[in-house]
Design a protein around this ligand. Structure first.
Ligand code: ZN
Length: 386
């Protein structure tokens, strides 16, 4: 058996007899009382060691002491004892070298995945469909493609200056079809053998990227087909990633609207206007370039967590809200709404304007103080916090 220290872990000597392996709290180990022979074993482990050589007494400090050190390192989670087979690595083709940092990072993030190459390789067989335009959508699609995922995008219209960003179209793409340009970007980022693609099967995850508010009606078919989906909404100075919906398990997009209706009786009216074609067409893009890059990458991580089979991605039943100026992330969990049948039956949602059974009214405009007799003070709509 070949063993080695996990790739990517820094190895520093805190003194002649003390080594520290790893820098991240909770994932690092310190071994004290080491002899010079022990130190040679540590150096050997950085390159890889055949345990049979150790047991045969060919490697210092000998079988008993060596096994004791290996046991301590394994217990601390810094020793790699399994390796992905050559067949899986070969399937990554020339992308293997580019994906080496990803495998090293994911192996450190979750030691249960061994050297993580199997995890990375499995993503090449997973499909994600991204619906929506803008910088966040482009950053998300490009990140997923670079991670090896088979990504398709659904984008209307042509590239505008507001689409241009480091992870999306460039100035040279202005006026070209968004769908075509994003397809090129995806192909450029995902340098895997084409034999790994299978465009005929349904996507494993669909990402719905929208402006101002999520349209729960867009997720009805995904519920019926039991396809996991992630909502991403760019608002004015923040972007909301989530919830990640697993149909039949936890809150859906309709649940969130029902919660918002509970907190804000006018939410149905507000939502109908935000989702109207007129608003979507006329709203000025506020996808700040750094914020959209953060949100796109954050959304990509949520999708990868779902594809990798993690039990509880952060956006599962929750929204991750990133806002200017600092780009910090707020995690907001949401329960399933008791009036929503999403946990028991395929969801059939009414049009957004009918959520509260009321007609659309003019845009929300808080009255100014003293504007009219009996007018209330300006206030923040409850749903604008979510
Ligand atoms: Zn629901």
């Amino acid at each position: 058996m070949l063993v080695r220290l996990r790739p990517g872990l820094s190895r520093v000597w805190r003194g002649p007899q003390t080594v520290q392996i790893g820098l991240t709290p909770g994932r690092a180990a310190v071994l004290d009382g080491l002899t010079p022979d022990d130190a040679r074993l540590i150096e050997q482990l950085n390159l890889g060691l055949d345990v049979r050589e150790l047991d045969a007494g060919h490697v210092p400090p000998g079988p008993a002491r060596g096994r004791e050190i290996l046991g301590l390192l394994a217990e601390a989670g810094v020793l790699l004892t399994t390796r992905t087979g050559r067949a899986a690595l070969a399937r990554l083709g020339t992308a293997r070298e580019r994906l080496a940092p990803d495998a090293a990072a994911w192996a450190l993030s979750d030691p249960d995945h061994g050297d993580a190459w199997q995890l990375v390789e499995a993503r090449a067989g997973r499909r994600v469909h991204v619906v929506g335009t803008g910088r966040t959508a482009n950053a998300l699609a490009t990140c997923l493609a670079a991670a090896g995922v088979d990504v398709s995008a659904e984008q209307a219209g042509t590239v505008t200056p507001a689409d241009v960003c480091p992870l999306g179209p460039s100035q040279e793409d202005l006026g070209r079809s968004r769908q075509q340009v994003t397809g090129w970007r995806i192909a450029q980022a995902r340098d895997l053998p084409s034999s790994r693609r299978d465009a005929s099967r349904l996507p494993d995850v669909v990402v719905l990227v929208s402006r101002s508010a999520a349209d729960a009606a867009a997720s009805v078919d995904l519920h019926a087909r039991e396809i996991a989906h992630l909502s991403v909404v760019s608002r004015e100075a923040d972007i909301i990633v989530g919830p990640l919906v697993r149909p039949g398990h936890g809150p859906c997009l309709h649940c969130l609207d029902l919660h918002r209706c509970d907190r804000d009786p006018r939410w149905a009216h507000v939502l109908a206007q935000l989702l109207s074609a007129e608003h979507q067409r006329s709203a000025v893009s506020t996808e700040e370039v750094s914020l959209s890059a953060i949100a796109g990458a954050l959304a990509a991580l949520q999708v990868l967590a779902e594809l990798d089979g993690r039990t509880s991605p952060a956006a599962l039943g929750a929204t991750l809200e990133v806002e200017l100026p600092d780009g910090l992330v707020c995690h907001r969990p949401w329960p399933t709404h008791p009036a929503c049948a999403c946990s028991t039956l395929p969801t059939r949602l009414p049009p957004a304007g009918l959520l509260a059974g009321s007609p659309v009214v003019p845009p929300f405009a808080p009255p100014a103080p003293g504007r009219a007799p009996g007018a209330r003070s300006p206030h923040r709509p409850a749903t604008m916090d979510t």
